[in-house]
Design a protein around this ligand. Structure first.
Ligand code: FEO
Ligand code: CA
Ligand code: CA
Length: 738
């Protein structure tokens, strides 16, 4: 979703929340501690190819949680295409020899019998249509018999997140004829449309002689919205803090919201991460005193101070329950919260498991994986007889990286169980959550988040009494143990070649060498703080972001920075530390997916910092492994002229064959989400919010839209820009990117 990182105080950026005001330090206090272990790592690596094979050798040994199960070694081929140049054109650009086609756009029919999208603001029934802001996405193969088939390459289901809407002021203005109401109260008819634009969709897609298409009349298609009934599962299920007027037993809730990154379980279900849900709720100006309990501490930590306004004003749509639930003030007289929605927000913020193959099953919110601004959920190595691991990030400035380890050990028979959600109950409802603590020597620790950890049991900031407290108030538990503040953890993905875990850290304006209140110093894993110019505007902190990668050793990990985002011409000593060229330079990495077919690491951007030069993009990469580069020292000059030296570890510099730009999107868009057919011959990619930045005053004048995509690519009626899924194939029928 949109970034306006340049001047956060001047613009509303719902994807860039900043609620971590904990005193929890970064590890500048331990800067300078150095171990020689890094030399060992460097010595083990030769060429990229041997690094891959060495890494595979390690993961193939099994045992522990140090990587994904790999049945056959994946050694990525060097990238064979010609790099795409930076672009400000209002179109999708892919390399010569490739074709990109629009498959499924905002408003397209999902449920059978729904009319074609007019795209003029008069359409309704969005619970039967494609939602907005296509985001994370996963492929679920279908055989000729219409059943799950993991080897299918020409027919499948795409499960797609519809994260949010393109807004100016309150309304999602491209879907209302006149742009919608910009003042409160909001008309119910507008609220109903906007609510239904959020959630997820499952659509059937097929390859025919004419290419790829989706099946608008497939009985397998379905939508889930913020009003769809869902089950709460795991340690918080039935907890008193989940009791609402809708759910007096605290075991259910309504809907999913702000779905961003995704995951796919080893048993064939879809995982969707709820990201910036807190912005959708309002809280009364005197609510702290009305509550008078520990819930106030958590509400503040999750960005809902008393008096907070909601993003869209949906609570003003009417007196009916479906509108009132967006007001989380304590308004009722009950002790348990069964007469109001004071606890409603505790039902959002989870990884949600959905059976894409069975629309009759209720989705399950897996509370054991913690509650924060979830992005993707990536599984580590799957080994029979060993626990499963799931890696996750919390995308707000200064938030943390997490790992969940299941209590149950993996049984291979579960991969093909008939009741897939029952398998989810087994592995995702019982386990231990850990948070990452990065050390300056290139190592790190996973710190247990449980009430048996004395740092949590004795935490003065919040009274933790149960596993449900950890599940619901995860950020506070991570504060208690001194987790490392990161530069906005976006997606993560596991390299199938060696099991290492990659995280995009998209950017962070709070990183500073002269920190003001609420800011913090650079540290080894987040070592940059600089000023980048965008025209006449200064962008401070870490405006271009980076990618950190971890080699998990169970109780801890080794890490380095795979790539630093930067402009090619930027200072190579403080900014362009990865020596990116014009064919490689990027800013604000966000979406991140490894191909299981080719081993290629796809890096997608959601940027506002470099958009004076180029629209957002997707790059293809063939990474090495943790420790294949070396130590670098950044000598920052403080305001008083003194030097702050920060050591970091940078991966081996990419070559023209191991990193290059593959795609640039239309104006105003971010590139996010990627799914592939198992043969790697088709990839599905989402173009989110083209035309962002258009002013509502220009709603009636298409010539003033920031984008007219995909209409200008020949897709659909009307010229209003639409988020959309595209499919990319190689014209010679080969694997994409090779
Ligand atoms: Fe929805 Fe953090 O991106
Ligand atoms: Ca710049
Ligand atoms: Ca994202």
């Amino acid at each position: 979703m949109t970034h306006r990182e340049i001047a956060p105080e001047q613009a509303i950026d719902f994807n860039n929340e900043n609620a971590n005001n904990s005193a929890n330090p970064t590890f500048e206090s331990v800067l300078g501690a150095r171990l020689s272990r890094r030399g060992l790592l460097r010595g083990s690596v030769g060429t990229v190819g041997t690094a891959m094979l060495a890494g595979f050798g390690v993961s193939a040994c099994g045992g522990g949680s140090d990587g994904p199960e790999v049945e056959t070694p994946i050694v990525p081929q060097l990238l064979g295409f010609t790099a795409v140049g930076k672009s400000l054109a209002d179109s999708v650009i892919v390399p010569a020899g490739y074709t990109a086609s629009v498959l499924y756009a905002l408003g397209d029919p999902v449920l059978p019998g729904t009319s074609a999208y007019r795209n003029d603001g008069t359409d309704t029934d969005f619970d039967k249509r494609a939602g907005d802001h296509h985001d994370g996405m996963e492929w679920f193969g279908l055989g000729a018999d219409g059943q799950r088939n993991d080897n299918a390459t020409e027919r499948g289901l795409l499960a797609i997140n519809h994260e949010a809407t393109t807004d100016e002021k309150l309304s999602s203005f491209f879907i209302h004829a006149n742009g919608g109401a910009s003042t409160l109260p909001r008309p119910a008819v507008e609220v109903d449309k906007e609510v239904a634009l959020h959630g997820i969709a499952v659509i059937e897609v097929t390859k025919t002689a004419g290419g790829w298409g989706y099946a608008p009349n497939s009985a397998r298609n379905f939508r889930l919205t913020p009003l769809s009934p869902m089950e709460l599962s795991g340690p918080a299920r039935g907890n008193a803090q989940l009791v609402t007027k809708y759910a007096p037993t605290g075991t259910t809730t309504r809907g999913t919201l702000n779905n961003c990154g995704t995951g796919k379980t080893p048993w064939g279900t879809f995982l969707t991460g709820e990201e910036n849900w807190f912005g959708y709720f309002t809280r009364g100006a005197a609510d702290d005193a009305a509550r008078g309990d520990k819930s106030v501490v958590s509400l503040k930590r999750y960005g809902r101070n008393q008096g907070a306004a909601s993003r869209h004003g949906w609570e003003t749509g009417g007196l009916e329950d479906q509108y009132q639930r967006w007001n989380i003030s304590k308004t009722g007289a009950s002790v348990d919260g069964s007469d109001d929605y004071r606890n409603e927000m505790n039902g959002m913020g989870y990884i949600v498991e959905i059976d894409a193959y069975d629309k009759t099953r209720l989705a399950k919110k897996r509370t054991g994986l913690g509650r924060f601004a979830h992005e993707s959920a990536a599984f580590g190595k799957v080994v029979a007889g060993q626990p499963l691991t799931v890696y996750m990030g919390d995308d707000s400035r200064g938030e943390y990286i997490y790992k969940f380890v299941s209590s149950a050990v993996w049984s291979a028979a579960d991969a093909n169980a008939a009741d897939r959600l029952a398998v989810g109950d087994k592995y995702l409802d019982s386990g231990t959550l850990y948070v990452a603590q990065f050390s300056a020597d290139g190592s790190g620790k996973w710190v247990e988040l449980s009430v048996s950890n004395p740092a949590i049991a004795g935490y003065a900031g919040f009274a933790f009494t149960s596993a449900a407290d950890i599940a619901i108030h995860t950020r506070l538990a991570a504060d208690a143990v001194g987790a490392t503040k990161m530069d906005r953890p976006e997606w993560n993905a596991v390299n199938p070649a060696n099991g290492e875990i990659y995280f995009t850290l998209t950017n962070n304006s709070n990183r500073s060498i002269d920190p003001a209140s609420g800011q913090y110093l650079p540290d080894a894993a987040n070592p940059r703080a600089y000023t980048d110019m965008k025209g006449a505007s200064k962008q401070n902190g870490n405006p271009n972001g980076h990618l950190v990668r971890l080699k998990d050793t169970g109780a801890g990990f080794q890490w380095d920075v795979y790539l630093f985002g930067a402009e090619a011409g930027a200072d190579k000593g403080l900014v362009n530390l990865s020596a990116l060229t014009d064919d490689q330079d990027f800013s604000s990495p966000d979406g991140l997916v490894f191909s299981k077919a080719t081993g290629i690491c796809w890096i997608q951007t959601d940027d506002g910092a470099y958009t004076d030069v180029t629209n957002c993009m997707m790059l293809a990469a063939v990474p090495g492994s943790v420790g294949d580069g070396g130590k670098k020292t950044l000598n920052h000059t403080k305001a008083d002229g003194s030097i702050l030296a920060v050591d970091t570890y940078v991966g081996k510099a990419a070559t023209p064959s191991t990193l290059k730009r593959f795609l640039v999107g239309p104006k105003g868009s971010e590139i996010t989400g990627l799914a592939e057919t198992p043969d790697g011959k088709a990839i599905f990619v989402n173009i989110q919010h083209p035309g962002e930045g258009t002013a509502m005053a220009n709603i009636s004048d298409p010539a003033k839209y920031q984008s007219q995509w995909p209409a200008n690519a020949g897709y659909g009626s009307g010229k209003r820009p639409r988020s959309a899924t595209i499919v990319i194939t190689k014209n010679d029928g080969g694997k994409v990117g090779t």
